[in-house]
Design a protein around this ligand. Structure first.
Ligand SMILES: [Cu+2]
Length: 150
């Protein structure tokens, strides 16, 4: 593992706050809020076609710079709690990072093939992230962590 991996993991550990929707004044539940937020997020996500169901897997690889280079691939994954996501830079599309929306944390920018970053999602929730330089062109992703595959 690189130093980048270790330091980022330490930095993120315990800090990647769960994205909770909260309860709105009109009584809309957390779940509905989260689904609406994720739906809106994915509507503006480049390369998004469907949420990739990866429940049952302990580790899932997401390409940073998938396709022509300005997407995460797959952009949306559904996983079980305790699953490790491994973001692997493809070397395509220039400099990318992985910046979580709900927490003031992000990886460094990398352009080189083979850079990687891992994070294990212990808690159920919907974790949206984006690439800082390419957010305006829809380089976004989401990790949906659900108990019992729902
Ligand atoms: Cu990017």
């Amino acid at each position: 593992m690189s130093n980048m991996h270790r330091s980022m993991h330490a930095m993120m550990h315990g800090e990647a706050s769960r994205q909770t929707g909260g309860t709105t004044d009109d009584g809309v539940s957390d779940d509905v809020d989260l689904e609406a937020q994720t739906e809106q997020w994915l509507g503006r996500t480049a390369g998004f076609e469907t949420i990739d169901d990866r429940t049952g897997e302990s580790e899932v690889v997401v390409e940073v710079g998938g396709g022509s280079g300005l997407t995460y691939a797959p952009a949306a994954v559904r996983v079980d709690p305790g699953t490790t996501i491994r973001w692997v830079w493809t070397g395509r599309g220039g400099l990318h990072d992985v910046a979580f929306v709900s927490a003031e944390i992000s990886t460094s920018l990398h352009g080189e093939q083979g850079a990687e970053y891992t994070y294990t999602f212990a808690e159920p929730g919907e974790y949206r992230y984006e690439c800082t330089p390419h957010a305006p062109v829809g380089m976004r992703g989401v990790v949906i962590v659900e108990e019992n595959g729902r």
